[in-house]
Design a binder for this molecule. Structure first.
Ligand SMILES: [Zn+2]
Ligand SMILES: [Zn+2]
Length: 377
């Protein structure tokens, strides 16, 4: 017998009741399972942490450098400016060229990032400084300690720079002299060699705009003047090893001399400040009544290079790749990167990368390849 409409309606409350009952049971069941998982995690949190720590230890690669091919390897240990950026510390670049390693600038945090990246401190031959703004030297003390202890040094590292390097180095040596004594007393002499502490200043005074400042073991390092006025002297460096090369601009406004030095280089590492973005920061400080901060932002505009200017330099030098560093303003999320790079592709058609701490760029001698790997935390 066919049901009438009114009979259908009588069944509906029963069906709804059953669905609700099932849904309730399911919710209650899920909540119980979730509570059990959370309780389990809490009860075994120490054991879970121990297993996680063991796993983390097993992942540490203490032999990373030995696996790298002969060539030039660039360790980005500080891609930032003085403005705080969670992805970028103070200015620092490590370079392994053949069997020898070098560090260019000693910004804060650089030493820690290099350690995380497995930088070969035992192969460190020189620390080069571009100029004496604090964001390029404030990690020098930490770096000297790391070079001494991790590098198992028996004599001080040579710190090379234009006029002024001895003043900076002597200050750090004085500040670290007490810790030097503690370390020597605490560790055995074969672990921490007394003679390996600290650094020796080596000053160069460029008579021309360019000059060779290091030439050993197939590695040629050329220093060149840049325009970071009123900061004088300020220099950049070019590193050549075999057929591969890297140019580091240091801090500079647009400077034709970088184009000359960077001619057909594999990798131009150029500083970059986006003026529109920094101007917006300046306006924000004015709006908030922070006149000093606003003035500081304004003053940075005239002695740095914009990303589009850096792209023009890379194009005119016929560089193969451009790595932007000394990034200002901070770019804490990648979502901001297109704004920072706006217009860059109109000038340079090679690969352009915004540097972040932890990037390793490898240029093996055996090929023309330029490989990027992330070794950060
Ligand atoms: Zn700087
Ligand atoms: Zn500077």
């Amino acid at each position: 017998m066919a049901l009438r409409t009114s009979d259908h309606n009588n069944y509906l409350p029963i069906i709804k009741y059953r669905i609700l009952k099932r849904a309730w049971k399911l919710t209650l069941g899920s909540a119980l399972v979730l509570a059990l998982i959370i309780t389990g995690f809490w009860a075994f949190r120490v054991e879970i942490a121990k297993v996680t720590y063991q796993f983390a230890l097993s992942q540490i690669d203490t032999n990373l450098t030995e696996k790298l091919a002969d060539g030039i390897h660039v360790y980005v240990c500080g891609a930032g400016s003085p403005l705080p950026d969670p992805k970028r510390g103070g200015s620092c670049l490590g370079i392994l060229a053949g069997a020898d390693a070098f560090i260019f600038d000693a910004g804060s945090g650089g030493s820690r990032t290099l350690t995380t990246m497995g930088f070969p401190f035992d192969k460190l031959r020189r620390i080069f400084i571009t100029h004496y703004h604090s964001d390029h030297i404030d990690g020098l003390g930490e770096l000297l300690m790391q070079a001494w202890i991790s590098g198992h040094r028996t004599k001080p590292i040579t710190v090379v720079g234009p006029v002024g390097v001895e003043t900076v180095l002597n200050g750090f040596l004085q500040a670290y002299s007490l810790d030097r004594d503690y370390r020597i007393k605490h560790h055995k002499s074969e672990i921490v060699n007394e003679g390996g502490f600290g650094g020796v200043a080596s000053t160069f005074d460029l008579t021309d705009d360019y000059d060779r400042v290091y030439e050993v073991n197939g590695v040629l390092i050329t220093a060149f003047r840049v325009d970071h006025r009123p900061v004088i002297p300020a220099v950049g460096y070019r590193v050549d090893y075999g057929s591969r090369s890297v140019v580091i601009s240091g801090d500079t406004a647009y400077d034709e001399r970088v184009i000359t030095v960077a001619r057909e280089t594999d990798l131009l590492i150029h500083e970059a400040l986006n003026r529109d973005m920094v101007k917006q920061l300046e306006e924000l400080f004015i709006d908030r009544g922070l006149a000093n901060n606003a003035a500081l932002m304004h003053d940075t505009l005239d002695y740095h290079t914009s990303p589009t200017e850096a792209a023009q330099i890379a194009a005119r030098a016929d560089a193969r790749e451009l790595l932007l560093y000394h990034i200002a303003p901070p770019l804490p999320i990648n979502l901001l990167n297109p704004m920072f790079l706006d217009g860059v592709d109109e000038y340079f058609d090679g690969k352009v990368t915004i540097a972040e701490d932890g990037i390793l760029i490898s240029m093996p001698s055996s090929s023309k390849a330029i490989n990027h790997t992330y070794l950060g935390p």
